[in-house]
Design a binder for this molecule. Structure first.
Ligand code: 4NP
Length: 148
């Protein structure tokens, strides 16, 4: 069993989409996917309605996800921790206890042609931002599943 954690700041916009998209592409008996946020502002909340909408438009239901905060314990539970941007990277790596922990943390878009790009935070923007985020995450997940 491979276990993958998707991490962003709020765990209501980007990482719930990443969890939903990757889950839709894998065999759940082989790959476990979860998501979390480095900030605690929305713990217990459902994903942002705009993320729910763009996922639904693409045939993916993320409405039952519940926001939780990333913890150091996640390093023990997951093989790879994909972060959306460099500030997520900094916040996650701060909680690492070893070089092995740090090595688990990667920018999700590094899976696209080795590019070290960021998934932009769509929270304060419009619906186009969510469409862009969906497409970027979809591209990266299509690449990363080739590794399983
Ligand atoms: P996310 O977006 O990190 O993609 O979930 C955000 C959601 C909420 C906030 C920031 C980013 N916020 O500041 O509440």
């Amino acid at each position: 069993m491979t276990s993958i954690l998707m991490v962003c700041l709020g765990n209501i916009c980007r990482s719930p989409l990443a969890e939903g998209i990757l889950t839709s592409m894998v065999d759940p008996t082989q790959v476990y996917v979860d998501s979390a946020g480095t900030g605690g502002y929305h713990v217990g909340d459902a994903p942002d309605p705009r993320s729910i909408a763009i996922a639904k438009k693409n045939g993916i239901d993320i409405s039952n996800q519940v926001c939780r905060k990333f913890t150091a314990e996640d390093f023990n539970r997951f093989d790879t921790i994909y972060v959306m941007d460099s500030s997520n990277y900094t916040n996650v790596v701060k909680l690492a206890n070893s070089e092995a922990d740090r090595a688990k943390v990667k920018l999700l878009l590094s899976e696209i042609e080795g590019k070290n790009l960021e998934v932009p935070d769509p929270y304060y923007g419009g619906d186009d931002g969510f469409k862009n985020v969906y497409n970027l995450i979809h591209q990266a997940c299509s690449k990363l599943i080739l590794k399983f």
